[in-house]
Every structure is written in C-alpha cells, then in structure tokens.
Design a protein around this ligand. Structure first.
Ligand code: PXG
Ligand code: PLP
Length: 447
C-alpha cells in the first residue's frame, strides 16, 4: 500500500457507548469491535494496523475500490467551488451533469433522473412516482404495490412495506403502506442448489403475478418492485426467463415494473444496470451505492421519459411532483458520481467485471464439498455460500465464518446462514483466491 498519510490511531479512551450502530448486535460488537481507519483500493486498514481484503466493496458500493484518486480529486475540487445549493427552485451544474451521464448509460428511453441520498429514499421516491403517475393519468384507482418475499428495499416505511424480510417488518406492521402484496421468492434449494449463474428452474413463479391480477384486478395495481437479483437476502439469482415473464405480465396489464438496482447497478452484474444484462427493461430503476463508488451518500430513480412527461402537463408555474430532499443531488455527491462514471468508463470496469465473473464462479464453487455447505451460487460479481444452521443457534455458524475471515484478513458479508461476496471489479484473481481460501478455512474451523 503506498499511502501518503499514515493510518490514524484510535484514542485508547474511545467511547463507543454513544453510537447506536445500524443492523448490528451492538453489545457483542462493542466487546470485540472491528474498526477500520483507512481504505485504499481493495483494502481496509484496521485500527491495529492490519490489512483487510475487501470482499464486499464496502457494503456493495465501492465499485472502483476505496479512495480512487480521480474521485477523491473531484470531490476536493468541488469543495473548492461550491459546498451546497438548494435543489428546490435553484440548482447547480454538477447535478445536471451527473443526470446526463446517467441517462447515457441507462436503458434507451429512460433519461429522467430524480436524486435522493440513499437507496431507501430512492425506493420511496420510485413508489411515490408510480402512484402519482397513475393518478396524473386519471388512473387513481391503481394504488396497490407488489413486492416479493425476501426482497430488500431499504428501511423507509415504503421500502419495508414492499420488502419481504420478516425481521425488518414485524415490529412495524401497523405503519405499513396499505394495499401491498408479495410475490413468492425464487429460492428453493431442492430445485436449484449449486446452480452456476441463473437457475434453470423457477420461471413459473412469475405466474403468481397473473394470479394476483386475477385476485385484485389490474385496475387496482400501480407497480411491481423487485431486485433483479436479490442481494441483501443472500444473492438469490433470478431463474432463467423469470424477469421476462414479470415484464410481460406488467406490460399486458398496465402495471409499472420497478427494478431496484441499488446493488445490481454500476458493475455488479457486469453492466451499468442489470436490466441490460437480463435484456429486460423496467419502467423505473432505483440506484444508489455504486453510482459514486460509495464515496458520498447518493441515490435516485431513473424513469421512462413518458412517465416524466405525464407529470409535465399542468400550468408551468406549478410544482409537478410534491417530493424532494434537502440534499437531493448534493454537489459533492454528484461530483463524485461524475468522476466515478468516468473511472468506470476509462478503466473499463464493466468489461473487467465480466472477465472476473467466471473466475469468481470457479472459486466460489470450489467450496461445495466443504462441511455444512448446502448451496453455492453466483452471478456477476456477487456470490454466496449457504450453510446448514447449527441446531439451536441460528445464523451463528455464518457469523463465526465472518469473524474468522475478518480476523484473518478479509471482509465478507453474513446474513442468516449465508456468506456473501461482492468484490469490486478492480479485484485481482489472486485477491479473490485469498478471500475464498479464508472462507474455506473459516468453514472448516467453525464446524
Ligand atoms: N434497495 C436495495 C435493493 C438494496 O440492496 C437498499 C434499497 C437501501 O439502500 P440504503 O442506501 O438506504 O441502505 C438496498 C441496500 C446487505 C445489505 O446485507 C444490503 C443493503 C444495505 C445494507 C446491507 O447485503 N442494501
Ligand atoms: N424534518 C424537518 C423538521 C425538516 O425541516 C426537514 C427538511 O426541511 C426534514 C425533516 C426532511 O429532511 P431532508 O430534506 O434532509 O430529507
């Protein structure tokens, strides 16, 4: 690592109590904290000076690696000219510039971009656009939203309502958005264990949408939202033909299809968007994370041009869509986004992701005969190993593998019984080998 600045040292008196950490077992963590103080390229440095190979692009977001000098420079330059400008009734050049760049890499006919600060806000924004769009068309009876079991769409009330993760929903049931239904998930190990890439079984599960249309009537359904590949649930890869079927049913019934590409965007699937990889174009795409390589919070929704035009019909002096955030398209976040998209282009990172995909596939599937492994799966630069639960201790085995990896030099993700990987396209083959070896040792050592 050639870093100009030595890693900062943590104060020995560091008080960890005031911080309530997100999605973390706070008490256990604070007894044995994993604290990083520096990042560069494929690595983190911990407070005790250890190098950690990042197998997860941070949290599925630092797709150009950490502190890419071009992106860092762009943010520094932006700070030299403009810190913040209100996005309501004024705007700054960087937001227009990034929207145009996103329009250029999004599917044809999807050239209108609304900025948010996170994936959760992107999802709430997309759901609100869908409802308001039908209303603007005189179709206000379309109020239902359809999500999917095991789906993750962030933690806003809209996102948890269409989301399908029980733990994220159960405490908040009374506050759920009304009129939401859920498609079944597509994860069935009796049919698809150890699939390489997209499973051949499961396209028929999209027919459930047709059943819902029969039940609720199409005239009540506004939108269907799915992750093209379910990331947070542990890399659940769509069956061949499944997304095409969803598209076809939505089109037939005038239902908007939203692809939540917060994880799948910007290289994770070897393309700017998964819709390109799967050959299926949604009506709205939500994005965040990789849009600026995780440098500064930024998300958004990209919509079909005619959806935007539907809003642009009333008197010109009136606001068309009553929605927005103080930091929608923050100058620093947008400057980082413009630079990240240039880096993705100039360093050929989409192609590099596609070249690395078979390498990751071979490596991850080399784990199939290790103890307690019940599934291995992969697509693009996302991969997962699912373990059998240990009796009476759900998710503890995977947690111990995660700890083993971190303690020995690699960051991976665990969720329930699943170890997930999402390396950046800048990873080398030997770095991927190192991460897989640590997972292998971890699986062997925890029993
Ligand atoms: N939609 C999808 C598809 C996501 O993956 C969000 C929305 C929410 O984005 P924000 O920026 O509000 O966090 C996400 C986020 C995991 C993990 O366990 C995944 C996410 C976040 C945290 C953990 O893999 N995805
Ligand atoms: N709460 C209050 C009291 C506010 O004034 C605002 C914005 O002005 C918000 C919440 C929303 O904040 P943001 O625009 O950053 O989402």
């Amino acid at each position: 690592m050639n870093s100009a600045v030595p890693p900062p040292q943590l104060s020995p008196e560091l008080d960890m109590d005031p911080l309530w950490m997100p999605f973390t077992h706070n008490r256990l963590f604070k007894k044995n904290p994993r604290i990083v103080v520096q990042g560069e390229g494929m690595h983190y440095i911990t407070q005790d000076g250890r190098k950690i190979l990042d197998g997860l692009s941070g949290l599925w977001c630092c797709n150009a690696g950490h502190r890419h000098p071009r992106i860092v420079e762009a943010v520094q330059n932006q700070l030299g000219s403009l810190d913040y400008a209100p996005p309501f009734q004024t705007m700054h050049d960087r937001a227009f510039e990034l929207a145009a760049k996103l329009a250029a890499v999004s599917p044809a006919g999807m050239d209108r971009v609304f900025f948010t600060n996170s994936g959760s806000e992107a999802v709430d924004t997309a759901l609100k656009i869908a409802l308001a769009y039908h209303r603007a068309k005189g179709d206000a009876s379309r109020f239902r939203l359809i999500g999917r079991a095991r789906g993750y769409h962030g933690v806003g009330f809209g996102g948890i309502s269409v989301g399908g993760m029980v733990a994220n929903r159960k405490a908040f049931a009374p506050a759920m958005v009304p009129g939401v239904d859920h498609l079944p998930h597509t994860h069935d190990l009796s049919q698809m264990a150890f699939s390489r890439g997209m499973p051949t079984w499961g396209a028929h599960l999209a027919d459930e949408l047709e059943r819902m249309v029969q039940l609720h009537d199409a005239s009540t359904i506004a939108a269907v939202i799915v992750e093209p590949m379910q990331g947070s649930a542990g890399v659940i890869v769509p069956p061949q033909g499944y997304l095409q079927k969803l598209r076809e049913i939505c089109t037939r019934h005038g239902i908007l299809l939203i692809f939540d590409e917060v994880i799948t965007g910007f290289g994770r699937m070897g393309h700017y968007f998964a819709s390109e990889r799967f050959g299926v174009t949604p009506d709205i795409i939500t994005f965040a994370k990789g849009v600026n390589s995780g440098m500064i919070p930024l998300g958004g929704a990209i919509v079909r041009n005619d959806i935007y035009e539907t809003f642009m019909t009333g008197p010109e002096h009136l606001v068309e869509f009553f929605h927005g955030y103080t930091y929608s398209g923050h100058p620093l976040a947008c400057a980082a986004g413009v630079a990240a998209l240039e880096v993705y282009e100039e360093e050929n990172l989409m192609a590099r992701a596609r070249q690395l995909e078979p390498v990751l596939e071979e490596l991850i599937h080399s784990l199939r005969d290790e103890p307690n492994v019940v599934d291995v799966r992969n697509l693009g630069l996302a991969a997962a190993v699912e373990l059998a639960p240990r009796a009476g201790e759900p998710s503890k085995r995977a947690m111990e593998v995660f700890h083993h990896c971190f303690d020995h030099g690699a960051l991976v993700r665990y969720t329930s019984e699943i170890i997930a990987l999402g390396p950046a396209p800048i990873a080398s083959t030997s770095q991927l080998e190192e991460i897989i070896d640590l997972i292998r040792q971890g699986i062997r050592s925890v029993a």
